[in-house]
Design a protein around this ligand. Sequence first.
Ligand code: FE2
Length: 450
Amino acid sequence: MSETSAEGELAPEDNPVLQGNFAPVHVETTAFELKVTGTLPESLNGTLYRDGPNPIAPGAGHHWFAGDAMVHAIVLEDGAAVAYRNRWIRTESVERHKGLRAAPTSPNQPGAQGSGSVNVIEHAGRLLALPEVGLPWELGTDAGTLGQYDFGGRLSTNMTAHPKIDGRSGELLFFGYDFGPVHLRYHSAAPTGELTRTIEIAKPTATMMHDFAVTATRVVFMDFPVMFDLDMALAGRSIPFRWNDAGPARLGILPRDAITDETRWFPVEPCYVYHPLNAYDDDERIILDVVRHDRTFVEGKLANGGSPPTLERWHIDPDNERLTREVLSDRPQEFPRVDPRVECHPHRFGYSVEFELGRGPGSLLKHDLRTGETLRHDVGESGQASEGVFVPQGPGEDEGYVLSVIYDASTDTSTLRVIAAQDFAGAPVATVALPARVPFGFHGNWVPSR
Ligand SMILES: [Fe+2]
C-alpha cells in the first residue's frame, strides 16, 4: 500500500511506530565474518531471512503495517556466522524515493503493488517475500530482488503473507483477498511449485484476513470484523481498516482438495486472530491453536484493543457448527510458530514472543501443549525478541534450535540468538553480533543450504 498523508494524523517525529527500534535504518549493509559469542552448531547451515517494514519516506499518520520492505539475511555455515545483508525490496516506491532500480513486475500485477514487508518463505527452490496484498517478490539468496513472481503467469490476484507448507507433503496452500466483488480466493501449489488450484470464495464484506489455518484435509478461514473502510481510504489512510461491531465474526470450513466454493460458514463470538499457531484434524473435529485478540484496529489503531492477546485452543465441530475455547496460556503473546515439519499436522510444542504491557515484545516462550508447561527464555531487561524460528536438527519435535533476532534498547543494537529448544530456559548456545540494527519486523524463515 502506498504512503500517503492525512490531515490531523501524527507527524513522523511524534509517531511511536517510527521511534526506537520501530525506526527504519537508512542504509543497506553487507558484512562478513560476524562476531560470535559461544559456539554455533556446525550442523546449522543455511540462512535466516527476516522481513519487515522499513519506510524510506513515511508521511503523516504512518501505520506500522505500511511502508517499504526490508529483508535481513543472516548466513550461518560450519560453525561460523559468515554474512549479514539487509536489502530493500526493489519496488517502484523504493526506486522513486531512493533511486534504486525497481525490479521487473508481472503483467498480472493486481491493483496494489505490495511492498513485500510481511514474510519470507522458500518453496520449490524459490525464495519469496510476501506482502499482505499484491504479488510476491522473488529474491536471490543474497536478498536481492529478482522480480515479482506470478507462478509462471498463473497467479493474477493477491497473495497474502501466511501460506502454509504442509510439513509432510510439501504442498503450498495459500489465499488472497481484495476489495472488489470477489473478496477471497484459495490456492494450492504442488511441492514442485506449480499452481494447481484457484477457487473463488463468495464473501459479502471486505475484511482484513491476515492468516488462515490448514489441516491435512480442511482449510479454516477466519472472517472477523476488521473491515475495509472507504472513508479512511478516501482520507488517504495507508491501511484503511477499522474494527466494526456490525461486521462479520465467523469461521469458514472448506475441504482442502475442493474444486468449487463449498465453504461452510458459521458464526462465532467476535474477536481477532492475526496468527494461528497451527491446526490439525481430530477425527471429524478440528484443533486450531491461535493467539486471540479481544479486539484490534479500533479506530484503525493497533494498540487500541481489549485485553492482551493470549494462546487458545479452539475445538471446532464443523458438523454441529460449534466452537469450544480453551485457554492454553494466559500470558500476553504473539508471533506463534511450530516446527515446520508438523505444519497442518498434530503438534506438541509451540514458540511465541511474550508481550509486556506498555513495552511491546519481550522474552521468548516455549509451550509444551501436552504437559501444559511454559518455559521462558529471558532476553534481559533491555532485550526485545522477534519471532522465534524453529530449525529442526533431529527427529524429535523439539530437537533443534530456536533462532531469534533480539534488540537491546540499552545499546541500540541487534543480535541473533541461537537457543537449544531442549534447553530453552538456559543460556543461548551462541549469540551473533549483527553489524546493523534490525528494526522490529514481522516474520521470516530459515532456509537450509543445499
Ligand atoms: Fe503476520
